[in-house]
Ligand binder design. Structure first.
Ligand SMILES: [Cu+2]
Length: 429
């Protein structure tokens, strides 16, 4: 419902789940049946999508594809089994509502988790404008007013906006937000997590931002990545990493003695989010602190390797589909296979097939591509499992999936403005 939230001495009227930002975390054990009753007290219709969860199609929460939108004043009950452990989240699949305060973690615990950590923290990253800058709907209306069309070929038109910085990844965002948040707070009034020196912390991180890719580092520490998008990877130590919209990462950190900023810098933009980890006395880091760990070569999660337990059985594809990502900033238009969603041709396969998608990014911007109801296996990386994969400008990413969950599934860019303007299609079988 419409709520006033305190972002840290700065209040904003926005939409949230149960008045909280982020919404209250949902926790289940792998195999549990989850039931959530959604009462829509927003002034508009909505929906809830369980991002990354391999659930049955009717519970996927995409109006026009898997259900009718939940009308203002009405109720909808989602019931689904959460089969796979991991770090997930939920958000509306209606317009640009995710760019307000409507998001919350969904943690599916592993009954066989070794649990070798002392602390477990869930961090949600976000870019923020609602109630303090332009509303997400106004931003979208501005893009729509450009009346752009999606070409099917290559586009070398430059993206970006004034005041945006450079990224080695190319263009990664369209919007300069006034604020960036971790767990609902701006960096001048951050949350503080406390622990003891030498303790091991498991950090689950979710990027719920609409248009921002973050570069993340923890001052004075290296981080050992253990999972991405819910699935275990061969542990990889890094000083910094990239987390794109819709991606999740789990990592283990052995904590030093002191006060440490965990910073999420808005890649290619000006601004950052921060949360503080405190294991002894000392002053709180300044809002603009820049840990030197940010300056290295951040890890791209799509370069990780899976554990053996995470791999799909080895198998050659039965069907190969080429997918192009198209569009440009000016006039603003984004699509897949040369079409905007609505005039697209759905992709079809049949149950039991191993489907290979070859996604080629024909644009000058990176796109975090997300598949519903499945988790891809990336053959370039030993079968790394991901449901959201960042496709860099002019790059081709090959992603396989097992067609073992029939239905009509959304497949789109997780830059929510790109998706909403047309960078979306469906996979049907
Ligand atoms: Cu995109």
């Amino acid at each position: 419902m419409p709520t006033t939230v305190d972002l840290g001495g700065l209040s904003a009227v926005t939409w949230t789940y149960d008045g909280r930002l982020p919404g209250k975390e949902l926790r289940a054990k792998a195999g549990d049946v989850v039931q959530v009753v959604v009462e829509n007290s927003l002034p508009v219709e909505t929906s809830v999508h369980w991002h990354g969860v391999r659930l049955h199609n009717a519970a996927d929460g995409v109006p026009g594809i898997t259900q009718d939108a939940i009308a203002s004043g009405s109720t909808f009950t989602y019931t689904f089994k959460a089969p796979d452990p991991g770090t997930y989240f939920f958000h509306p699949h209606s317009g640009v509502q995710i760019d307000r305060g409507l998001y919350a973690p969904l943690i599916v615990e592993d009954p066989d988790e070794p649990g070798r950590y002392d602390q477990e923290w869930v961090l949600v990253l976000d870019d923020w404008t609602d109630g303090v800058g332009k509303s997400p709907d106004d931003i979208l209306a501005g893009f729509k007013a450009q009346n752009g069309t999606v070409g099917s070929g290559m586009n070398h038109g430059m993206g970006g906006m004034g005041g945006m910085g450079d990224s080695p990844l190319g263009d990664v965002g369209d919007i300069a937000y006034p604020h960036y948040l971790i767990n609902g707070r701006i960096p001048s009034a951050p949350h503080v997590l406390t622990a003891k020196p030498g303790q091991r912390a498991r950090v689950r991180m979710i990027n719920a931002a609409a248009d921002t890719l973050f570069r993340v580092a923890l001052g004075g520490h290296s981080m050992t990545v253990t999972h991405t998008d819910g699935y275990p990877v061969q542990p990889m130590a890094t000083k910094s990493l990239y987390l794109s919209q819709g991606e999740r990462v789990d990592m283990l950190v052995t904590l030093g003695d002191g006060v440490f900023p965990l910073v999420a810098e808005a890649e290619g933009k000006n601004g950052q989010a921060m949360i503080v980890i405190r294991t002894s006395s000392g002053s709180t880091p300044a809002a603009d602190i820049h840990p030197s760990e940010l300056d290295g070569d951040p890890l791209l999660l799509s370069t990780l390797m899976p554990t053996d337990s995470a791999r799909l059985p080895q198998r050659e594809p039965d069907q190969v589909e080429q997918v192009t990502l198209n569009g440009q900033m000016q006039p603003y238009a984004w699509g897949m296979n040369g079409k905007a969603f609505g005039s697209d041709t759905p992709m079809r396969t049949s149950p039991g097939k191993r489907l290979r998608l070859q996604m080629t990014n024909m644009t000058m911007m990176a796109h975090p591509m997300h598949i519903h109801g499945h988790t891809w296996s990336l053959p370039s990386n030993g079968g790394l499992r991901k449901d959201t994969v960042l496709v860099l400008p002019m790059q081709t990413v090959t992603a396989d999936l097992e067609a073992d969950n029939p239905g009509k599934w959304a497949y789109h860019c997780h830059n929510i403005y790109h998706a909403e303007i047309g960078m979306m299609t469906t996979l049907q079988y």
